[in-house]
Design a protein around this ligand. Structure first.
Ligand code: SF4
Length: 398
């Protein structure tokens, strides 16, 4: 059975009702067991778990430290192109947005790389829109050849590809492939993706299976928080993760939690995911799955990122630009979305150190063994007093 079949046998409305029906007893059982299943995950993301957030945070901290040590892996995204043939109503690169389109040349790629190397990055994420005539597998392979010798890890977040193409890119040195389903609500998905290849829900849903069959080292999953009910969408993402881990057990996995951010010409979020809810989600993933990497981007505010370091995340981007050439070549070009935490990577590395953690500049599993040890755990209460949090929650943007 592939994930599509499993998905077709899982009803959105029934899952949603069962999450909202979870009780304090269900949450306590989920907290007190050592091996958690998908029913426990539902309890942990349910409204009934909100009073248990402090306990969840403490447990998440302990499990993360036991498995990953006191490390946070740093990476930088590098946008290669903003060309895109899709309409996605939440994205600044959407085909119907009249922006200047750009795909980096060899010279420009090397200029951006030189900047990121100067900053110390050893793990890079290459990002593009979906423009199959210009930004395609030969272009990716060529970019890989140009920069491979300069990075310990190169990951990609590009259009969904076929299995042989993923195999080709894996052989060319791609370390991880990130592909977010955006939302697992099939009808709503069509409204957000009215035109282009991305409007094919099933092809996207099947993508992690193709990546897994191609034997790529790591697969990144996630939903775009703000499109649909975040608890139900996150359950489906956890279901997907669970299926993939059992099926392609040789691969590693990461989860990201992108909340919708403002961008040129995009819609407002349908659902606001508050800071405490996002912490609940991060902790629930950690309690559900001790091995999965949890990644937090610069979409999040300085305050939020400062406080979640000890609560379960393992990976952070820093000083990100979300436009092609954004570091040095063309800093003024239009971003895919606005960054919230704009601090330089040196500041983020110092912040990580000040929390008693080690900033790791390449894949953590080659570095973390030196970093085990005790330390101060983050407390959920740290997130309450700062007015930035309530402003953010009420602003209509996340
Ligand atoms: S989300 Fe991706 S596919 Fe959709 S418009 Fe933006 S760049 Fe293109």
């Amino acid at each position: 059975m592939d994930f599509k079949e499993l998905f077709q046998n899982t009803n959105w409305d029934e899952i949603k009702s069962s999450i909202y029906a979870k009780t304090a007893t269900d949450v306590e059982r989920a907290l007190n067991t050592s091996k958690r299943n998908l029913e426990d995950f539902k309890a942990l993301i349910s409204p009934a778990a909100e009073p248990y957030l402090e306990q969840m945070a403490q447990l998440s901290h302990q499990l993360t430290q036991k498995r990953f040590g006191k490390t946070i892996q740093l990476f930088a995204p590098m946008y290669l192109s903003n060309e895109c043939n899709n309409i996605c109503t939440y994205c600044g690169f959407s085909l119907d947005n009249k922006i200047r389109r750009k795909t980096l040349s060899d010279k420009e790629i090397l200029e951006e790389v030189a900047y990121l190397k100067e900053k110390g990055f050893n793990h890079i994420l290459l990002v593009t829109g979906e423009a199959n005539h210009t930004v395609h597998v030969p272009y990716f392979k060529h970019a890989m050849e140009l920069i491979r010798s300069q990075f310990a890890n190169i990951s990609i977040e590009v259009q969904p590809l076929d299995e042989p193409e993923y195999r080709e890119l894996g052989e060319a040195g791609v370390y991880a492939v990130l592909v977010y389903q955006e939302t697992y609500h099939q009808d709503v998905y069509k409204q957000y993706h009215p035109k282009g290849k991305k409007s094919n829900f099933n092809y996207r849903l099947d993508t992690p299976d193709r990546i897994g069959r191609a034997g790529v080292h790591k697969i990144g999953l996630g939903v775009l928080l703000g499109l649909e009910d975040w608890r139900t969408d996150s359950f489906f993402c956890a279901l997907h993760l669970d299926y993939l881990q059992k099926t392609y057990w040789q691969s590693k996995y990461s989860i990201s939690f992108p909340r919708m951010r403002p961008a040129e010409g995009i819609i407002e979020p349908n659902v606001i995911v508050g800071d405490k809810e996002l912490v609940q989600l991060i902790c629930a993933y950690r309690l559900f799955n001790e091995d999965v990497e949890l990644s937090l981007s610069t979409r999040e505010s300085e305050h939020f990122r400062n406080h979640v370091i000890p609560l379960g995340v393992t990976t952070m981007s820093a000083e990100s630009k979300t436009n092609p050439g954004g570091y040095v070549v063309e800093p003024e070009s239009l971003e895919q979305f606005e960054i919230s935490d704009e601090r330089p990577v040196e500041v983020i590395a110092s912040l990580i150190k000040s929390k008693g953690y080690e900033a790791v500049w390449k894949d953590w599993d080659r570095s973390f063994t030196s970093s085990f040890g005790g330390g101060k755990s983050g407390r959920i209460d740290d997130l309450t007093p700062d007015p930035v949090i309530s402003n953010q929650v009420n602003s209509g943007h996340v």
